[in-house]
Design a protein around this ligand. Sequence first.
Ligand SMILES: Nc1ncnc2c1ncn2[C@@H]1O[C@H](COP(=O)(O)OP(=O)(O)OP(=O)(O)O)[C@@H](O)[C@H]1O
Ligand SMILES: [Mg+2]
Ligand SMILES: [Zn+2]
Length: 506
Amino acid sequence: MTTLAIVHSRAQVGIHALPVTIEVHLTNGLPALSIVGLPETAVKESKDRVRSALMNSHFVFPMQRITINLAPADLPKEGGRFDLAIAIGILAASNQIPDEYLQDYEFVGELALSGEIRSIRGALPVALAARNAQRKIVLPAENAAEAALVKHAQILPIRHLNEIYQHLQGTASIPLFSKAAANFDEDLPQLRYLADLDEVRGQHHAKRALEVAAAGGHNLLMVGPPGTGKTMLASRLPTILPPMSEEEALQSATLASIANSGFNPQNWGIRPFRAPHHTASGVALVGGGSQPRPGEVSLAHHGVLFLDELPEFDRRVLEMLREPLESGHIVISRAAQQAEFPAHFQLIAAMNPCPCGHLGDTLHPCHCSPEMVKRYRAKISGPLLDRIDLHIEVPNLPRTQLREDGQREPSHTVRERVVAARQCQLARFGKPNSQLGNREVESACQLAPQDERLLDMAIQQLGLSARAWYRILKVARTVADLQGSENIQTPHLTEAITYRRLERKL
Ligand SMILES: Nc1ncnc2c1ncn2[C@@H]1O[C@H](COP(=O)(O)OP(=O)(O)OP(=O)(O)O)[C@@H](O)[C@H]1O
Ligand SMILES: [Mg+2]
Ligand SMILES: [Zn+2]
């Protein structure tokens, strides 16, 4: 007679769903239930839920000593998601279900007292890991569509403990979840955005910069008076970015899956566009919490992080962006544990030139004192600005000029050029120019001797750093790629330098 059962489940650590084995052991003695390997508070809650769920679903709750061990011991374990696996373990150890096939399954899901299954966070990485372990995954029905984004995952969605009981008994088997059921297209979606670049009138310089930013994945800062189209331009960046690869789509979806918001399968293959409000806290922006969750920088992974009204953000919060901007990931340290999340995002920021917004504006006077302007701009540190490759002005345009701007390019035409330029980059080093390391820059961004001198002079004049030197070369490389040019030529370099001129004024 079985008194020991082993059930497989998964814990969430950073972006990984790591294996957890749940051993349930029944021994004779005074009836008691003890759980080893979960935090104290989680144990108490889990015990109550599992006991009630089993009894309310008309199973026998064994009147024996029940010892449950979750291994390995050093994983962070949130209680809820192991409920289902614990319940299955108790049923198997007490011979209410056969245990010979349990090896082939993994279980995640929280139990309601009624025996119904509640959704969990992070179903996508669980499905991915279960597939790689060649096991079927039993999970809450609510999470099935998200899990089905993993190709060839064998998903058994359930709403109630009874369903999996009948399945394992062999009385009513649960059909594998199919994508058709989720009304979900296997292929990545085609461009389907509501906004289009052709709605933006004038601002050719800004549009060009947006195209360069899109092609090379460069960060962009737009400075200008109110109502000139900065927010409008930024929100149209996703419409000209290259389509996501399947791998990128999976990574972005995984981060959303483990965040508080969860992943909406409707967004599959659409580059994230995150625009946190300027009141956002550090934790909201870079992630954190006692069970560390990804923040906006990671939710924008492979997409766009848009910070509108940049100087309104807390300076300390902005400084936290420096690390992910450089490394493409963020490490969150907590007393109990450390988590690392990818955060390869493209930063688009917008700001006014002064508190009133009209400094340098030909159409409105500015009322700010030099002191006010200085304080306003000091909120953005030099090192942060240094990490932004393109700085542009988005000026107020006379009405006539706006009206006359008749022939405007739609997003899809711009996107074609961006895609072609990005393909050059992927063929060269397998990544966009913005992510090149210094050595790669040195080999791919060689300049003719007179252009070397031109760049040195510009760096000196503008008072830029060594980091800026590399960044200008990367932008020049992107401009050359947009033109299909093998080498960086003088006009490519001068355009790249133009994008740093504003920095001196800031
Ligand atoms: N270049 C433009 N072409 C077409 N419409 C524009 C343009 N600039 C502004 N608009 C109109 O003005 C509105 C405000 O633009 P937007 O919000 O992009 O300005 P902004 O530069 O972000 O201003 P603020 O500094 O106040 O945030 C837009 O919704 C749009 O209707
Ligand atoms: Mg705006
Ligand atoms: Zn002003």
